[in-house]
Every structure is written in structure tokens, then in C-alpha cells.
Design a protein around this ligand. Structure first.
Ligand code: SF4
Length: 250
């Protein structure tokens, strides 16, 4: 990391913008009560299945697992990889995801007796490293598991978050503001935050609450960003006129 690339501190302007963004999103969408999943185990399975696919496809794969009565750690791990791949076919990339699911299940079942509470026990950084060591569990998947299944305060960054933050110049990197135009600004790749930069930036900017209140806030904050990303902040032709975050455009 060069000196000029080094993340800058979260400023009062950032804190105000992030807080105001939540108020605007929450007023439009209401509390999202995320993540969809009836149990922490379902949340973990969903976090792997949702990689590179829409949630509606994950729901169809989950329905297959439920119908087969295997949505439980030991039973799911007892399936052959090919049978598992067959069941999760609607989620796409089913062979890769079957392998990744089995890697996760192997650790959960063999190292932690199939007990998610044991897998999630410990300091957030320790548990995060434990998850990241599993083949096929990247930062976004690990943070989704931590935040929505493990009760850990670990903010999730996804493509929607990145796009919205870039277009609003909310970044740990020095802002490269352009004057307000009809089209939201897109920063050059040199000014982009890494996953961990943006995660640290969000966690530092959204640290006004503590305990269960902060956990709920971070869970719902990510869910609100997903709503904005899905319905307004599209890759091409963002719908800024209708978007709740329009008042915060630079
Ligand atoms: S669509 Fe919304 S979030 Fe995206 S740039 Fe426009 S106002 Fe911002």
C-alpha cells in the first residue's frame, strides 16, 4: 500500500452521510428483518448458495433440501457430493457449491460436532479467520454468516454496497469528487477500497450503538443497501430520481 492509497479516517461528514442514508432507506423500506432463513444453519447454507446467483434461485435449492429432510448438519454432510449437487441445482454452479458446502460441513461436523454455537464461539476476528480458512468461504460469505447466523458484529460488504458507496464518494480513500451531474460519479479503480478497507470504514462510521442494538443496526443496514442496489442503483442507468438516497448524491 502506498502512502496515497492508505485509507483515511472516517470523517464527521462520512458519519453524518451514513446515518442520514439509513434514515432515508429505513423510512422508504421499513425494517427488513433479514436474513431470510429459519435457523442459523439455514443462514449459513444460504450464504454459500447465494454466491453469484439471485436469492430466488437459492430459495428453490433450499426447498429441495427441506423436502429431502436434510437441512441439518450431519444429514447434509452424509449426502454424497453428487446427490447434494443434484438437490442444489437451482442455485447454479451446483458442482462448485456442493464442494464448498461439503468443505463447510466437514469443519462444522468433524471439528465442532455439528454445533454452530461452538463454531461461532470466540472473538469475532478469531471466528472470522476460522471461517475464511474453509475452502469456498470468502469475506462476504464469512461476514454474512457471522452477522446473520453467529451474532457477531461483522459488517457485510457486497457489490451493491461498493457501487452505492462509490457513487456517493463514501470511501476510506481520499475522495475524488466530481461536480454534481445527472450521472453519479464512478471512481477510478485506483481509488477503490479493498473489501477490508470498506468493511473497516463502515464499521468505524456506524459505531454509534453497542451490543444487540448495533447488531440489529448492521444487519438491517446491509439489508437496506441490498434494497437500494436491487431496485435503484443498477450497474447501468441507475434510477436516482426515484431512489431514497438521491438527496445524498454528491
Ligand atoms: S440510484 Fe440511488 S444509490 Fe445509486 S447513485 Fe442514484 S441515488 Fe445513489
Amino acid at each position: 500500500m502506498t502512502k496515497t492509497d492508505r485509507p483515511s479516517a472516517v470523517t464527521a461528514r462520512h458519519r453524518h452521510a451514513l446515518r442520514r442514508a439509513y434514515e432515508l432507506m429505513r423510512a422508504r423500506f421499513g425494517h427488513q428483518h433479514w436474513w431470510p432463513g429459519e435457523t442459523p444453519f439455514e443462514v449459513c447454507v444460504g450464504a454459500i448458495l447465494t454466491q453469484n446467483t439471485a436469492w430466488t434461485n437459492v430459495e428453490r435449492a433450499m426447498a429441495n433440501l427441506k423436502a429431502a429432510h436434510v437441512l441439518e448438519p450431519a444429514r447434509l454432510f452424509a449426502l454424497s457430493e453428487s446427490r447434494l449437487a443434484d438437490l442444489i441445482r437451482p442455485a447454479g454452479y451446483f458442482n462448485v457449491k456442493a464442494r464448498r458446502l461439503r468443505s463447510f460441513l466437514r469443519v462444522l461436523v468433524e471439528d465442532f460436532g455439528g454445533d454452530l454455537k461452538r463454531l461461532f464461539a470466540g472473538e469475532t476476528a478469531t471466528v472470522r479467520a476460522r471461517l475464511l480458512a474453509i475452502n469456498g468461504v470468502g469475506p462476504e460469505t464469512a461476514d454474512s454468516m457471522l452477522l446473520y447466523a453467529g451474532g457477531h458484529h461483522s459488517f457485510v460488504i457486497d457489490a451493491y454496497t461498493r457501487r452505492i458507496f462509490q457513487r456517493h464518494n463514501w470511501s476510506s480513500k481520499p475522495a475524488r469528487l466530481r461536480s454534481a451531474t445527472a450521472r453519479p460519479a464512478v471512481q477510478s479503480s485506483k481509488s477503490l477500497d479493498s473489501y477490508d478497507d470498506l468493511k473497516s470504514f463502515c464499521e468505524a462510521g456506524l459505531n454509534q450503538k453497542t451490543g444487540a442494538a448495533q447488531l440489529d443496526h448492521w444487519q438491517d443496514y446491509h439489508a437496506q443497501l441490498v434494497m437500494v442496489g436491487k431496485h435503484f442503483c443498477r450497474t447501468r442507468a441507475p434510477r436516482c430520481e426515484q431512489c431514497p438516497l438521491k438527496p445524498l448524491l454528491p
